[in-house]
Design a protein around this ligand. Structure first.
Ligand SMILES: [Zn+2]
Ligand SMILES: [Zn+2]
Length: 368
């Protein structure tokens, strides 16, 4: 009996521990699995930061909540490995309700020198150009007012003129079109050269007059698009000391912002720079990334052939919309594939040379 109960107890013990061990094993494997899931799910959404610091050279903000937008942009710096974010003002017209310019957020931005900066004129200089195109009045009086406004913005502390436009499809702001060699654009390039600040320009590529691409609606967009590349080249040649940044490479909705066109213009105009923007929700017709996420060889060759001429301008809005893919993320996935020496230039050095002291000194301070 002694043995039996002993054996019985042993069997019971084994059975109990065995069962417990089974439960534990099952539980721990479940735990491991859920831990794996717990790690895996966020990691799929976890942002991938830039391998090396970069300047986000083209971002927008919620103009109804400037302080919140600034908080959100500052919080994004570490997550993205961004050294600095430059806000741009959407190009707008006088008759569009809700038009604003840099003054709406300037005081908040200036509290964070070296981390945030802003261009200006999208809501005023650009609107003056659109008005002048509509009225045909580019008289000396109009030019004087334009110059006064540009210099007011610079006195207030903007570091460039943007976001200007010459061909812009209807979106957050209305359809807009202006010849890039309009007298006010030529004047703006003289002012940019004089004050040593760049111009940021949004312009769909239209090498020759064409109907609106069929996937876009007219109205609100124009039924026919005017040729603008020859006029853009006149703007670039007008004052070679004016640095001009052609925004949104990768976000081409006419189909003509090709590697070939970009290459030809970069060769012909040493004062031309380009912003890389890759938006997975609205990829352009000439998109630098393949469906596998890799940079297409012809684009990689362009970036490495002209490493001094590109910057990152993802067009990200702050605060980041919860329901949209992050534009900055796709742009950084492209950036991370560039050779280290090219990444250094496109990430920070080019922005410093294009914007001059306004950016260079703070980037230098951030490095040390
Ligand atoms: Zn734009
Ligand atoms: Zn923009």
């Amino acid at each position: 009996m002694k043995r039996l109960p002993g054996n019985f107890a042993a069997i019971l013990l084994i059975a109990t521990f065995g069962f417990a061990a089974l439960i534990l094993a099952a539980h721990s494997s479940f735990a491991r699995q859920s831990a794996a899931n717990a790690v895996k799910t966020p990691s799929a959404n976890e942002p991938v930061p830039a391998l090396t610091p970069f300047v986000e050279e083209h971002a927008h903000f919620d103009e109804k909540n400037p302080a919140g937008a600034v908080r959100s942009a500052l919080a994004a710096l570490g997550r993205e490995n961004a050294a600095m974010i430059i806000f741009q003002i959407s190009p707008d017209t006088f008759d569009h309700p809700g038009r604003y310019d840099s003054e709406i957020i300037l005081a908040e931005v200036k509290k964070h020198p070296g981390k945030l900066a802003i261009t200006g004129g999208g809501g005023s200089l650009n609107a003056m150009i659109m008005k002048s195109v509509a009225t045909g009045d580019a008289s000396l009086k109009v030019q004087k007012e334009f110059k006064a406004r540009a210099e007011e913005l610079l006195r207030e502390g903007v570091i460039g003129f943007g976001e200007m436009t010459a061909e812009h499809f209807d979106g957050f702001t209305p359809y807009q079109s202006a010849p890039p060699d309009h007298p006010l654009y030529l004047l703006l390039s003289d002012l940019a050269a004089l004050h040593n600040v760049p111009i940021d320009i949004h312009m769909e590529a239209v090498p020759r007059e064409m109907p609106l691409p069929p996937d876009l609606k007219s109205p609100p967009n124009a039924a026919r698009l005017h040729a603008n590349i020859v006029a853009f080249e006149r703007l670039l040649s007008h004052n070679p000391r004016a640095r001009i940044i052609w925004a949104h490479l990768g976000s081409d909705f006419t189909g003509f912002r090709t590697v070939e066109l970009d290459r030809r213009l970069l060769i012909a105009h040493p004062n031309l720079f380009m912003e890389i923007k890759t938006d997975p929700q609205a990829p352009g017709r000439n998109y630098p990334l393949g469906s596998d996420g890799k940079i297409k060889p012809e684009w990689l060759k362009l970036f490495t052939d002209f490493p001094d001429r590109f910057v990152l301008g993802s067009d990200q809005h702050y605060p980041e919309p919860a329901d949209a893919d992050k534009r900055w993320q796709e742009t950084i996935l492209l950036f991370n594939q560039l050779p280290a020496s090219v990444r250094k230039k496109i990430g920070t050095e080019n922005v410093a040379s294009i914007y001059g002291n306004a950016v260079a000194s703070s980037l230098h301070a951030a490095k040390n």
